[in-house]
Design a binder for this molecule. Structure first.
Ligand code: ZN
Length: 290
C-alpha cells in the first residue's frame, strides 16, 4: 500500500467510523488514530490507505465553521465547514418554537447563516404559523414556505453555492426534502452503508451529499432536543441578534438580564424593540447555564 497522504472529505459519520470521499470520487471507510473520534461530517482530512477501501485519518484540516449541539453531559459536533443551517419546521405535527430558537442561537454562535423552512404547506392552514414566523423574518432570518412533496424548487436558490446542514425535529419532512433534492439518494445511502459494512441506518449518522459542483447538503438525524451548554454567557447573549444594540447598556456590567434593575434588555422589551418571547427564551437558557 502507498504511504502517500490523500485529500478527503468526511461524508458520513457513524460513531467511530467515517465515510471519506477522495478527490477521485472513491469512498473509503476510515478510522482515526487511537481513541480520537473528533471528526464531523464536512471535515476536510488527509488519509492514508490501509487497504483498497479502508484507511486511517492522519490529519484534520482547519475548519471554516463548526456547528455544535450538546446534552447535559457533552458537546457533539453536528457538521463542519457549513455556510448555513436550514431549519425544517412543519405544522403537522407541530414544531417546538423553543427548538427553533435553540437552532438559531447555535447558528449565530457558529457564525453561520440560518434559513427557516416551513414544510408541508400543502397540509392544513399554515397562516397563523407563517404570521408568527414573521417575528423571525424581522430579525433578518430567511423564511421559506415549502411543500417538498409537491415542489422542491423554492428551496433550491437558497442552497446554491452553499454547504448547508439540514436540521429539524423528527416528522418535519426532512427526508422528503433530501429525497426531492436527490432522487438517487437511496442508492447513495446504500453505497455508504456497504462501504462502512454497517448494512443498516444508524440514528447517529450524518451524511453529506453533493447537490452540484458548488453546493453540498448535510443531512443530520432528527432532533428532539438541542442543548446549548457549549456556549458561555457572552456567546449566548450575542447569539440573540436583536439584543446586540442593547448589550453593555445595563446598569451592572455583569447583568444577566434576569431581574436586575435598570436592565437595558428588559427595558427594550417594554419599549417593544425586543420580542418578549425571545427574552424569555434567553432567560431560560441563562438559568440553565448556572
Ligand atoms: Zn441586563
Amino acid at each position: 500500500m502507498s504511504t502517500q497522504l490523500l485529500n478527503g472529505l468526511v461524508v458520513a459519520s457513524y460513531g467511530k467510523r467515517y465515510g471519506v470521499e477522495l478527490e477521485d470520487g472513491r469512498q473509503i471507510s476510515c478510522v482515526t488514530r487511537g481513541k480520537k473520534t473528533d471528526l464531523a461530517c464536512g471535515d476536510r482530512v488527509e488519509i492514508k490507505l490501509t487497504d483498497t477501501s479502508e484507511g486511517v485519518v492522519e490529519k484534520l484540516k482547519p475548519r471554516q465553521s463548526l456547528l455544535y449541539r450538546s446534552n447535559s453531559f457533552r458537546s457533539k459536533m453536528l457538521a463542519s465547514n457549513v455556510t448555513q443551517v436550514v431549519i425544517v419546521l412543519a405544522t403537522t405535527p407541530s414544531f417546538y418554537e423553543e427548538l427553533l430558537n435553540r437552532c438559531l442561537i447555535a447558528a449565530e454562535a457558529a457564525g453561520i447563516r440560518a434559513v427557516i423552512v416551513l414544510n408541508k404547506c400543502d397540509i392544513g392552514d399554515n397562516s397563523e404559523v407563517l404570521a408568527r414566523l414573521q417575528d423571525y423574518a424581522k430579525l433578518g432570518y430567511i423564511i421559506q414556505p415549502l411543500s417538498a412533496r409537491q415542489d422542491i424548487s423554492p428551496l433550491k436558490p437558497w442552497l446554491h453555492a452553499q454547504t448547508s446542514v439540514l436540521v429539524g425535529q423528527s416528522g418535519m419532512g426532512k427526508s422528503t426534502i433530501v429525497n426531492a433534492l436527490l432522487p438517487d439518494q437511496q442508492v447513495r445511502t446504500q453505497e455508504v452503508s456497504t462501504v462502512l459494512d454497517s448494512g443498516k441506518h444508524t440514528t447517529t449518522a450524518a451524511h453529506l451529499y453533493h447537490l452540484d459542483a458548488d453546493s453540498q447538503l448535510i443531512d443530520s438525524p432528527g432532533l428532539q432536543e438541542f442543548g446549548l451548554h457549549h456556549l458561555n454567557a457572552d456567546q449566548l447573549e450575542h447569539a440573540f441578534v436583536e439584543f446586540r444594540p442593547f448589550l453593555g447598556k445595563c446598569r451592572f456590567n455583569n447583568c444577566r438580564h434576569l431581574k436586575e434593575p435598570d436592565c437595558a434588555l428588559q427595558q427594550a422589551v417594554t419599549d417593544t424593540h425586543i420580542p418578549a418571547r425571545r427574552l424569555a427564551y434567553y432567560q431560560q437558557l441563562r438559568l440553565e447555564m448556572q
